[in-house]
Design a protein around this ligand. Structure first.
Ligand SMILES: Nc1ncnc2c1ncn2[C@@H]1O[C@H](COP(=O)(O)OP(=O)(O)OP(=O)(O)O)[C@@H](O)[C@H]1O
Length: 298
């Protein structure tokens, strides 16, 4: 029975993908197999690097307010996605502006409410998001870490999934488990890999290559190297200053690497044929938010 439900959900997801416009915004979910792997630092700094390359960036933040993008930038979000869902505020009224005019949407409470929306509320939300279509080129989603399979709905709704790994065994195992579930249950065949907090580029590439070989042999998926961010005290200091490292320490090694990662993801391919688009993303997210994590045996 569970298999049947999963099959239907997977079929639904694939048919939704067919409705996407080819020229719309690209949506990347940033996930990690372990907490504290550096997701928020990566989302914030990658957004700045992308904005400096002329991209209009929207960040969607799933983290709780004591530990989220706004806090890391010294901003305070008074409103969030739930205010939009409840029709207390319009989407443009809850979006904050960060460095380089990056748009930031706090969404933790809203994302958790998506599976309770009736069809009319779903429609309203998708239409609200369609208003962003002309003003956003790239969406980056910072996922919260609350269990291995928690990030599935956001990841499956995105065009691209970027897994952040470090050199630790826990981060590699966690990333492998997530890739396994998404490939075997949901036919996701392509993942971007970013290695963070690592000693050197050579070390980073060796870790990536090991994961690549194992994933190709046992899971039949393609991994694409998105780059690396070194272990850099300047990145840690910039977090404490509530600033992106690209602003606080523009000539640091970390800042240079974020520029390179931004270039790589702009060039990245999408063999899964998920063409993005914010309203379509929201439609898929509503659909995937009904997935019961209890269905998964890891
Ligand atoms: N490459 C790096 N070099 C030095 N410090 C880093 C690096 N990447 C992340 N950090 C530091 O590690 C800490 C955790 O980073 P961050 O909050 O971005 O992780 P996270 O994965 O978002 O955490 P959570 O699981 O709590 O959401 C921060 O203090 C950050 O400054």
């Amino acid at each position: 029975m569970t298999k049947l439900i999963l099959h239907d959900q997977a079929t639904g997801l694939r048919s939704l993908a067919a409705f996407q416009a080819p020229d719309s915004a690209r949506v990347f979910t940033i996930a990690g197999g372990k907490s504290r792997v550096g997701k928020t630092s990566i989302v914030v700094n990658l957004a700045v690097a992308l904005a400096r390359k002329g991209q209009r960036v929207l960040l969607i933040d799933e983290n709780p307010c004591h530990n989220n993008i706004c806090t890391s930038l010294g901003l305070q979000a008074r409103f969030d996605l739930l205010h939009v869902i409840n029709k207390d505020k319009r989407l443009d009224q809850v979006i904050l502006r960060g460095p380089e005019n990056i748009a930031i949407l706090s969404a933790m409470r809203g994302i958790h409410a998506l599976n309770k929306l009736n069809p009319l509320e779903q429609d309203w939300l998708v239409r609200s998001f369609s208003e962003l279509t002309k003003s956003v080129d790239i969406v980056l989603i910072d996922t919260a870490m609350a269990g291995t399979t928690h990030v599935l709905p956001l990841s499956l709704a995105s065009e691209q999934i970027m897994m952040v790994i470090s050199g630790s065994a826990a981060s590699l195992t966690g990333a492998y488990v997530l890739i396994k579930i998404m490939s075997q249950e949901y036919m996701r065949r392509h993942f971007l890999i970013l290695v963070n907090n690592i000693g050197s580029e050579a070390e980073s590439f060796a870790i990536y290559q090991n994961l690549y070989k194992v994933a190709r042999q046992y899971l039949s998926v393609t991994l694409e190297y998105a780059g690396y961010i070194p272990s850099d005290e300047k990145l840690h200091s910039s977090t404490q200053l509530c600033m992106p490292v690209l602003e606080a320490y523009p000539s640091s090694q970390a800042a240079t690497c974020f520029g390179q990662v931004a270039q790589n993801i702009l060039r990245s391919t999408c063999p899964d044929k998920y063409h993005g688009g914010i309203d379509n993303f929201m439609q898929r997210l509503i659909q995937t938010s009904h997935l019961s994590m209890a269905n998964f045996m890891v």
